[in-house]
Design a protein around this ligand. Structure first.
Ligand SMILES: C[S@@+](CC[C@H](N)C(=O)[O-])C[C@H]1O[C@@H](n2cnc3c(N)ncnc32)[C@H](O)[C@@H]1O
Length: 316
């Protein structure tokens, strides 16, 4: 299997069984001598020295930017590189992400006693269904409607052949989420939830605000956007070799797929400028440990929940 930084590593996308945990901050490392006693530690603090080392690694791998021609190729053919990725990996990295329903409780089916108004959920960049399939599997809502799009035709084909794909409650389709106008089977202002899990990082930074704006338009007033993605100085960013950087914090992996590493502020800015109000923003810093090889791997993810206000504020 390729190492992080060289390929869209399935292990990066699925995280690990250690992630099947009851929310952030479950296991703390209080004594450095204990570090190899478990596979992962939550909410690890970074000291100044570590931040400096991370900055030095990023400066080193990003000072030399990719030439314009290569950059254009990777950006213009991004869907084809993802097609090849899914051609190789199929849905083998599919794992039931239990953290989905603990971090994003909103995705779980409401209790019977709660308002059973039919819910609609849309996932952008749904891939082979690592989020959509568990939602369908664990929801008993007959009227639930789950939509998903991905610009990789291969991913959508694979998802549609899954045994848990339920055509009554789910509709997935090929679409580039960065288009000005989405061609979608639902109306503007209609969706309850939009999910962006490890997808915005695959999109060119200059197109991200357009995607945020489209999400805002299609959510109903009071609707919720759920976001989880790579954070700045994640291990995968530090491991890139020179020559792989398209622009600051935006890289191409060995398999041609693109990845951006966000700060919490960038994510906040992006969605708040589109009109959202932030309900949650967490930097999930985890130390993953390879006990066999005595390796320490510092992971950083950003998790955010953004609400579309019930009444839109008009900027004076
Ligand atoms: C890192 S994968 C994550 C897939 C899925 N969300 C998951 O968590 O397993 C990124 C996905 O985003 C899709 N993607 C990237 N850019 C896209 C775009 N502009 N429009 C639609 N899908 C896109 C890729 O094809 C890929 O399936």
């Amino acid at each position: 299997m390729s190492t992080p930084g060289n390929a869209a590593n399935p292990a990066e996308l699925t995280e690990t069984t250690e992630d099947k945990r009851p929310k952030f901050g479950n296991r703390f490392l209080t004594d450095d001598n204990d570090v190899f006693k478990h596979n992962a530690w939550d909410n690890v603090e970074w000291d100044e020295e570590q931040e400096k080392e991370a900055l030095a690694a990023v400066t080193k791998n990003s000072t030399q930017k990719m030439n314009a021609e290569d950059k254009e190729k990777f950006q213009n053919d991004a869907d084809k590189f993802w097609d090849s990725f899914y051609g190789v990996h199929q849905n083998r990295f599919f794992k039931d992400r239990h953290w989905l329903f603990t971090e994003f409780t909103e995705l779980a089916a409401p209790h019977a006693a709660e308002d059973q108004k039919p819910r609609s959920i849309f996932e952008l960049g749904c891939g082979v269904g690592n989020t959509i399939l568990p939602i369908l599997k664990y929801s008993n809502e007959p009227q639930l409607k789950v939509y998903g799009c991905d610009f990789s035709e291969r991913a959508i084909e694979i998802l549609k052949t899954s045994k848990d794909y339920d055509t009554k409650r789910c509709e997935v389709f090929v679409m580039d989420a960065t288009l000005d106008e989405w061609s979608v089977p639902f109306a503007e202002g209609s969706l309850d939830i939009i999910v962006l899990i490890f997808v915005l990082s695959a999109i060119e930074p200059t197109k991200m605000s357009r995607v945020a704006g489209s999400c805002f338009r299609y959510l109903r007033p009071g609707g919720l956007l759920l976001f989880r993605d790579y954070g700045r100085y994640d291990m995968a960013q530090l491991r890139f070799k020179s020559g792989k950087c398209l622009e600051d914090n935006f890289y191409v992996r060995g398999d041609g797929t693109l990845v951006y590493f966000f700060t919490q502020e960038e994510v906040r800015d992006l969605f708040c400028k589109a009109g959202f109000v932030e309900e949650q923003s967490v930097v999930d810093r985890r130390l993953q440990v390879n006990r066999g090889r005595m390796l320490k791997m510092y992971r950083v993810w950003i998790q955010t929940k953004m609400r579309k206000p019930i009444t839109e504020t008009i900027n004076q």
